[in-house]
Write a protein that binds this ligand. Structure first.
Ligand SMILES: [Zn+2]
Length: 182
């Protein structure tokens, strides 16, 4: 530019908003020096910066790409980490679920073994007021046939108050020897 720049002149410079060398209109001149320009691409008023040399531009772009790649890598690392954690949690809950399924299966198998060939007429109808002993078969209205595995230890002269009964659906603690209502 040979002549003194004037407001509104189109100059080539670097727009820090567009991050490009672009045509800019001169907006502020102080003592013959262009201070501020308006980018004709983004319309922002930006401080005037001379055209960025190609080598500088290339290096900057290269750095930006590297940064982006780093960010992407750490992002994907974080994502992978989160995925691993989620997978671990899923495995844990699956293990818990399969453990409880396993426990149920075992309980069922145990019940089948215990009650195999037991005539239900031998089973005693369950009533909380009644007393039962280990090895008894009982018939519960809700849980079906059960095997009395143990009874709570009687304290001195009091009869056991609960029985641990194996039902098809699992073990249950039932009250026994309860005082009668009438
Ligand atoms: Zn711009």
């Amino acid at each position: 530019m040979d002549r003194t720049p004037e407001l509104g002149d189109i100059v080539e410079g670097y727009c820090e908003r567009c991050r490009l060398n672009l045509d800019l209109s001169v907006a502020v001149i102080t003592e013959g020096i262009v201070k501020q320009v308006q980018c004709r691409t983004c319309n922002n008023f930006v401080p005037f910066r001379a055209v960025e040399p190609e080598s500088v531009r290339k290096e900057r772009v290269f750095k930006r790409v590297l940064n982006m790649r780093d960010r992407k890598t750490s992002r994907s690392r974080a994502a992978a980490e989160a995925q691993r954690n989620a997978a671990a949690a899923a495995t844990d809950s699956a293990a818990t679920a399969s453990a409880s399924i396993q426990a149920r299966r075992e309980a069922r198998a145990r019940w089948e073994t215990l009650t195999d060939g037991v005539d239900s007429t031998r089973a005693l109808p369950y009533r909380p007021q009644r007393g039962y002993s280990e090895g008894d078969f009982i018939l519960h209205k809700a849980f079906g046939m059960g095997y009395v595995e143990s009874t709570s230890k009687p304290e001195s002269d009091t009869p056991p108050q609960t029985a641990l009964v194996v039902f098809r659906t699992g073990e249950r603690q039932l009250p026994i020897n309860q005082p009668s209502d009438d």
